[in-house]
Design a protein around this ligand. Structure first.
Ligand code: SDX
Length: 431
């Protein structure tokens, strides 16, 4: 007998089915509520609303658990590679040796961009926002690869879309850096390099000088990409699902996700954290001043990199990055005073009742920028790095959404609070 709860509304009882997840999460299945009771539910920001079922990622924000297809993020960060984790997210299991080799080779082969597509970069102004250009370039893929921009792609089409997006994303991101920030000519992808090394080559090699690859840098970036690969129904992933639910193609859905990610409250936070740490540094390290500003209800300043809708404990990804950052900087021979400031800021905040009461801890964005900076990636490219990392998660959720027979076009309701009916007033009678 399926589990139900009884809801009493206006002297009438309604039996509401309860659905349970594999980790025993419980949800009231209210799909019939409005039709049977005329009542809606109200949940701005969807903090209490399950929009779908999913098998991609499980997280428990109370105790700080994050698993991809059941595998803890700590193990993936230590033992996996970004492409292996991407395969796991998209296809549900870790690849065999031959599957992984084929996946890596196919992606390396497709890293080039169509010549006309490449010319698009030059049409953007220098110092344009890298995320604005990334949105435009990813949605433009539909114009240059129209045979893949299908509203109902086959399984083979989705496999090809995953390959094309994963292979071209590093090239697009690096070319955005080259044109908008460096004003340098492109170098071609190198098929002999692994995914992360090729990205670093595309970013930092020039026609005259090959970038000297450093294994520490490659490993640090590999870990950061793994840590950003997916995070359940966050704002950008929910946007990818919402856009895809109207049968928009995957390029359109991913560019919608990039738009959502660009916001300072979401993927733009890693850039905001760096700018905040720089401001504190420039202000003589006056941490207490910034902490009190963040606590002031009259100020809209927030401690960027702190707080999370789901984690009411330390973000497990932030824990991993914090453990690595000092070691990575030492291995790269980089001294960054902002790291000391970040550590001191975290200490002050975590001892302050405002943050303790609200369970505000460092999130994935708090320390990541210090490593990106040490690698030589400029601050306004940090959200682009987040998008590159999140791409396999977006693809996995879009694929899952398309394959789920329960999927319907996303169309939330509202509670109307506007004017009641009134008549049109001719222009000459309006005061
Ligand atoms: C990401 O969802 C995901 O999974 C996202 C992500 C992913 O991998 O996809 O994890 C990536 O986006 C991480 C978050 C990056 N954003 C930031 O670091 C920006 C700073 N953080 C906040 O703006 C905020 O914490 C959010 C946006 C992350 C979460 O906001 P919520 O859940 O809507 O919480 P809220 O705004 O309702 O805040 C609750 C209270 C408020 O105070 P009161 O009204 O109760 O007095 O906490 C306060 C807020 O003012 N608060 C903060 C704060 N975050 C929340 N106060 C100061 N500094 C902060 N950072």
């Amino acid at each position: 007998m399926p589990e139900t709860v009884t809801l009493k509304l206006k002297e009438k009882n309604f039996e509401i089915p309860v659905i349970s997840g594999t980790e025993n999460e419980k949800a009231l299945d209210i799909r019939k509520l409005r039709q049977e009771s005329s009542y809606l539910t109200y949940d701005p920001g969807y903090g209490n609303t399950g929009a779908c079922t999913s098998a991609v990622t499980y997280l428990d924000g109370e105790i700080g658990i994050l698993r991809h297809r059941g595998i803890p993020i700590e193990q993936l960060a230590e033992k996996s590679s970004f492409l292996e984790t991407s395969y796991l997210l998209i296809y549900g299991d870790l690849p065999t040796k031959s599957q992984l080799e084929k996946f890596k080779k196919t992606i390396a082969k497709q890293a080039d961009l169509n010549k006309d597509f490449k010319n698009l970069f030059a049409s953007y102004p220098k110092f344009a926002s890298p995320m604005a250009v990334l949105v435009a370039m990813v949605s433009s893929l539909a114009a240059y690869y129209p045979d893949l921009a299908k509203s109902n792609p086959s399984k083979e089409d989705v496999d090809e879309l995953a390959i094309q997006l994963l292979s071209k994303m590093p090239t697009i991101c690096a070319y955005i850096y080259k044109t908008t920030l460096k004003n340098e000519s492109f170098v071609e992808p190198r098929k002999d390099l692994d995914y992360v090394s090729n990205f670093l080559h595309l970013m930092f090699s020039s026609k005259k000088k090959e970038y000297p690859l450093n294994q520490e840098v490659v490993e640090a970036l590999e870990t950061l990409l793994i840590l950003h690969a997916d995070h359940e129904q966050n704002c950008s992933t929910s946007t990818v699902r919402m856009v895809g639910s109207s049968w928009a193609d995957l390029f359109a859905s991913i560019s919608g996700g990039i738009c959502a990610l660009s916001g300072p409250l979401h993927g733009g936070a890693n850039q905001e954290v760096m700018e905040m740490l720089e401001a504190i540094h420039a202000d003589g390290g006056n941490i207490k001043k910034y902490v009190s500003k963040a606590k002031d209800p009259k100020s809209d300043f927030r401690l960027m990199g702190f707080g999370h809708r789901v984690y009411k404990n330390y973000d497990p990804r932030a824990k991993i990055i914090k453990r690595r950052v000092d070691d990575v900087l030492k291995k790269l021979g980089v001294q960054d005073p902002l790291l000391e400031i970040a550590w001191a800021l975290e200490k002050v905040a975590l001892e302050d009742s405002y943050f303790i009461e609200r369970k505000l801890y460092p999130n994935v964005d708090f320390y990541s920028g210090i490593i990106y900076k040490a690698i030589g990636i400029p601050t306004n490219m940090f959200p682009v790095m987040f998008a590159m990392g999140r791409l396999p998660g977006w693809i996995a959720h879009w694929k899952e959404m398309k394959e789920n027979p329960e999927t319907k076009i996303g169309r939330p309701r509202q509670i109307y609070v506007g004017k009641n009916q009134r008549d049109y007033i001719p222009l000459d009678q309006r005061t």
